[in-house]
Write a protein that binds this ligand. Sequence first.
Ligand code: PLP
Length: 376
Amino acid sequence: MTTEAVYLDYNASAPLRPEARTAMIAALEVDGNASSVHRCGRDARAVVEAAREEVAALVGAKPAEVIFTSGATESNNWFAAAGWDTVMLAPIEHDSLYAPVRNRAGKVIEFSVGKDGVADVSEVAGLTLLSNAELGCAAVSLQMANNETGACQPVAETAAFAREHGFFVHTDAVQAAGRLPINLAHLGVDALSLSAHKIGGPKGIGALVLRDGATLPSFVTGGGQERRRRAGTENVAAIAGFGAAARASTRDLATMSKIAALRDALEDGIKGVTPNTEIIAKDAPRLANTSCFVCAGKRAETLLIKLDLEGVAVSSGAACSSGKVGVSRALEAMALAPELAQSALRISIGHATTREDITLFLKAWKGIHRSDQIAA
Ligand code: PLP
């Protein structure tokens, strides 16, 4: 249960789904280590494998392609650490991918990003003009959808082209999972990162989905778990919660139009109160649950605190990097003026959001702006 009356920060972390809570409590009763051969071990193994099937189903993968990790930060770091000579990525990537790619030795080529928040992947073609000697072992990483703007990226097109030229292709599907239908084979990527807590599962568990036939050197070593691909005793309860959340998210894909209708009502309502609001990435294909907007002359931190005092939880930029007052890398890449970017708020909704939540947010929004007008 969240402490805020109105929780509109699903892209930071979605509330735990009841199904996930139930599955985790049941799994806590299972004492064995999933690697043990005795009955208790086999019980734990059964929980892990059932969850693996659900996570695989969410992204149209085979269960054996799912490797559990401690979260998408580990999955993204794993990809980044694979010894690439060249990595191509966009500056809109989450820090858990961008920082380790930039900090490693080796060449980095960055896609430019349009004003709509979509990476210009035609630049992948430029890579193929470079000689093999210049590129070495090359990889491309492109997120499916951006955590701040919701802008969806052309992953399938990029993957088709990149794989034709022998590049390894990774996608961070953290924000797209449960919000867009995903099929690993149709997407054509080699590896895909997932995080449980963005889909209503617990924090601290995720997966790297590695296409059958694709390989990456192990990142966490020293044990034979996950078919020798990721060492460490499986977190059975967290995995059970991830599986239950994945199952519920697969089911809820059919209700995305309701989420989109709530998001549209929210944006119309905001514009009704503050007509100078600009919706970011509104011309791009966007996640139905995400609204990032700027209001000239307002500071996001001030708005965020005022909303928090009204019991409404939203985010300014990426929650993972909040605390740092600075312009978001993603908004900067979209060439948004810094003074506008400083006013960017992100609202992200999901499975438990109601029309009442939107009404309460708009009431708070109206109240904040009315008192600002009186003070002015
Ligand atoms: N990738 C994206 C796009 C994210 O939004 C986040 C978290 O905000 C992560 C990766 C990191 O996921 P985790 O919290 O599971 O480490």
